[in-house]
Write a new protein. Structure first.
Length: 229
């Protein structure tokens, strides 16, 4: 899909909002002047000014965007929904990455039909994330493809037929990295407790996890090739 001239607004630029901004700019999916970043405070302004235009208010400037990403914390949605609903155009696509906020609620509170709900995970910050998403029935094929290709810039995207499946996705891949971090931390601490130097335990555990992943992928590919014979 040709992204030439696409305009995007990101409401909320915490870790995930910043991840999208960086990925969109890294792959030249949007020009700096066409990326509007709406912040709550001055905290990240210096870094984000290199990526897009900065604003601290939800106003008519959003109206020109093709896609509006809502990346605020779920508990903050109620404080911005009215302001956002007042400036949205019918043709715009709204992409929410807020956990637990359903498509019905988004459509009702934003008074807007073309809504996508997605659940990314933290590796999206380094371009290795996995994002599952569900769409409202009002989106056409072109809009759906646009969303998927943009999400793919942070790793991989998976379309879900049923929005309800985003709940297990949240537990599986959304929260999944935290489980792996805890396993690695526990294994390293155990190695140290058994007498290994911290740097040795660290190297052993992390390389073991990395190698195990690639071995698993290799074994799966080998099995698939053998089954085709």
């Amino acid at each position: 899909m040709n992204f030439a001239g696409m305009k995007i607004s990101i409401v909320g630029c915490g870790n995930m909002g910043q991840a999208y901004a960086r990925s969109f700019r890294k792959y030249s999916l949007v020009k700096r002047e066409d990326l509007l970043l709406i912040l709550r405070s001055e905290g990240h302004r210096a870094a984000l000014e290199l990526l897009g235009r900065i604003s601290f208010t939800i106003d008519a400037d959003i109206t020109s965007s093709d896609l509006v990403i809502v990346a605020v914390k779920p508990q903050d949605f109620g404080t911005i929904s009215t302001s956002l609903s007042n400036v949205l155009r019918q043709e715009q696509v709204v992409l929410s990455i807020m956990a637990g906020i359903t498509i019905d609620r988004l459509q009702n509170e934003l008074k807007h039909a073309t809504v996508v709900r997605a659940m990314p995970n933290s590796p999206a910050q380094i371009g290795l994330g996995i994002t599952a998403y569900a769409t409202g029935t009002e989106l056409n094929m072109r809009q759906t493809l646009m969303v998927e290709q943009l999400l793919n810039s942070t790793g991989r995207a998976v379309h879900l037929e049923h929005e309800a499946h985003l709940d297990p996705v949240t537990a599986l891949s959304g929260s999944g990295p935290a489980y792996f971090f805890q396993i690695v931390r526990t294994m390293i601490e155990t190695g140290i407790a058994l007498g290994l130097e911290p740097q040795v335990a660290n190297a052993l555990v992390k390389q073991t996890m990395l190698g195990s992943y690639h071995l698993m992928e290799h074994a799966a590919a080998l099995q698939m090739n053998l089954s085709k014979r």
